[in-house]
Design a protein around this ligand. Structure first.
Ligand SMILES: [Zn+2]
Length: 104
């Protein structure tokens, strides 16, 4: 038995992830706010579990990898900025939709 808010493992966790991704039609919610259609890669915790957030649907959102890197960098500081984004969190990959207008 798991308590509400506890992270699920294994098959139950997989089903939970699928169900959460379905909520946004498998699309990145931050990109959708910008009018972009980008496939979501991860289910992100809005309040990170490491900061006491609960593993409940209301604390999750679906993000693409670049958005996930960006919000994670904002939550934990620039020390965690990963490859693939510049210091402002913008994806450096020129094929990313955020950079589409810069290529004209
Ligand atoms: Zn995105």
């Amino acid at each position: 038995m798991t308590r509400r808010g506890e992270r699920l493992r294994g098959r139950a966790g997989q089903r939970q992830r699928q169900r959460r991704l379905e909520r946004s039609g498998y699309l990145c919610e931050l990109c959708a706010d910008r009018g972009l259609t980008v496939k979501a890669d991860v289910v992100d915790h809005i309040v990170p579990l490491a900061k006491g957030g609960l593993d409940v649907d209301e604390n999750t959102r679906n993000l693409c990898d670049p958005c996930h890197v960006k919000v994670t960098a904002e939550q934990f500081g620039l020390a965690t900025v990963a490859r693939g984004v510049d210091r402002s969190g913008r994806p450096t990959y020129e094929g990313h939709p955020w950079n589409a207008s810069a290529r004209q």
